[in-house]
Design a protein. Structure first.
Length: 474
């Protein structure tokens, strides 16, 4: 894990293909994955799956030897024959069944089209730089994070309790009991020292629980900003050393602290599991939500008295229509989830499905209790215009936030089986009565697979939150 930032970020989906086969667009994707906001993508391994493997068939990655048992009993003094040493093998298999993609579009009168539209290569490059490279990175960051969460075999709560039907997101109660406990780092080291033999063929020890990794100086404990803040504002700070001397020669370009030679890094706020915990209020979305809806009308109002946000006029609905709610259910500054999918898999009945790609987190700008409407600081960029059940187009949920802590002993806990690298296209608009839209799309085929679950753990914590008010556990 002890790599400089550039080396760490070299690991991304394009790594599945030999650089000798890259073109200029592939190099642009590679450059974008080297930005410092990339956190989760480099944790995975990336391999290429032959195109001829059937859609639902497995691709086998090769066998490895299972060490034999050494029987140390003495043999007979005059014994002439003995049993042979028995060895066996094991192998892993991967599947590559999914397709991912995205699109950006402009009207032919927009500046980007008027400047670059006559040259397809230049237009695609401009579209990549304007929007689509960021889209690719954000998609893969979520794919990697979701794979790590979905395939985690060793999960705990903030107080060290083992994940179970009695210890899940529903257990978190804003009491402070489930904040990150620094003692977890010692317990995690012991577990990894024992588990490491299954992956690395030998046990670790206290100094190096993961053999060959120089673990005690290189393990990555990746925490969200809320947990990082709690650490610095707790008795644990007396044990921590500010690692300013590392400058930029560190695993990830972010703030780090150290506890007994274990590095703790702040991965920011964006990948916190917002509204994933106990539900405070959940209402139905009772009218379709289209792109651009939900923000104040810039022709009649603004955000903070400054920002004229989104589009004006009657073509846009400047709120989200909800089922009944009461005073105090929602407040300005609340983070809420708009989602079409609900799940009980994490211990919350009909909870927010944070793994669903349509789930979007929005900040409340205004609350209209009389009309059961919510207004947000930004226009909504995901559509909720198809009914999930009669008269319901989705849900707005306010709930406790959950803050995952990732203990990473080595890379490769999951692996991306890439079947097709990213392909860029400029589709035509020939079938419209008045063709005017210029589009650029990207697509690829691949799938994340479980790989080495023994080299990492996930700890789910409650933590401090502050946005436009006082700090509290939310």
């Amino acid at each position: 894990m002890a790599l400089e930032l550039a080396q760490y970020l070299d690991i991304h989906p394009m790594a599945a293909w030999n650089r000798g086969t890259w073109d200029e667009r592939d190099a642009s994707v590679d450059t974008r994955f080297h930005q410092a906001d990339v956190m989760f993508t480099p944790w995975a391994d990336y391999v290429q799956v032959p195109v001829g493997v059937g859609l639902n068939n497995f691709f086998y990655t090769g066998r490895e030897l299972i060490p034999s048992h050494a029987n140390h009993n003495p043999i007979g003094w005059y014994q002439r024959y003995t049993s042979g040493i028995y060895v066996d093998t094991r192998e892993r298999r991967l599947r590559s069944r999914f397709r991912y993609g995205g699109k950006a579009q402009w009207d032919k009168a927009d500046e980007l089209v008027t400047r670059f539209g006559n040259d397809t290569d230049a237009f695609i490059r401009a579209a990549m730089n304007a929007q689509l490279l960021n889209n690719v990175v954000e998609v893969h960051e979520k794919i990697a994070r979701d794979a790590v969460l979905n395939n985690a075999m060793y999960k705990f709560l903030g107080n060290g309790a083992v994940w179970s039907s009695a210890n899940d997101f529903g257990t978190l109660d804003r009491s402070g009991t489930y904040k990150f406990d620094i003692q977890y780092l010692e317990e995690m080291s012991l577990r990894m020292a024992i588990r490491s033999k299954d992956t690395l063929k030998q046990h670790g020890d206290y100094a190096n629980p993961v053999p060959g990794q120089d673990f005690r100086s290189n393990v990555l404990i990746s925490v969200p900003t809320s947990v990082y803040w709690d650490l610095w504002n707790s008795p644990a700070r007396d044990w921590m050393i500010d690692l300013r001397q590392l400058n930029d020669q560190r695993i990830i370009n972010g703030g780090v602290i150290q506890y007994r030679n274990i590095t703790i890094q702040d991965y920011g706020v964006g990948m916190s599991l917002w509204c994933a915990g106990k539900i405070d209020k959940q209402v139905n979305i009772t009218s379709p939500v289209n792109w651009g809806d939900g923000a104040p009308d810039p022709e009649t109002g603004s955000v903070d008295g400054i920002w004229l946000t989104g589009q004006g006029g009657t073509a846009v609905t400047h709120y989200v229509q909800c089922s009944d709610f009461s005073d105090g259910d929602f407040a300005v500054g609340d983070f809420v989830a708009l989602h079409a999918s609900r799940t009980s898999d994490w211990g919350i009945t009909n909870g927010v499905n944070f793994l669903d790609g349509k789930t979007i987190i929005m900040e409340v700008q205004a609350v209209d209790t009389t009309n059961n409407r919510l207004v947000f600081r930004y226009p909504i960029t995901e559509e909720f215009n198809e009914a999930v059940t009669a008269g319901v187009y989705g849900y707005v949920t306010k709930a406790q936030h959950v803050y995952p802590v990732y203990a990473v002993g080595a890379r490769g806990m999951v692996v991306w089986a890439g079947r097709e690298k990213i392909v860029w296209n400029r589709p035509t608009d020939e079938n419209a009565d008045f063709p005017s839209i210029e589009r650029v799309t990207w697509q690829e085929r691949g799938e994340m697979n479980q790989q080495n679950p023994d080299v990492y753990e996930v700890l789910f914590c409650e933590g401090s939150f502050a946005n436009r008010g006082a700090v509290s556990i939310q």
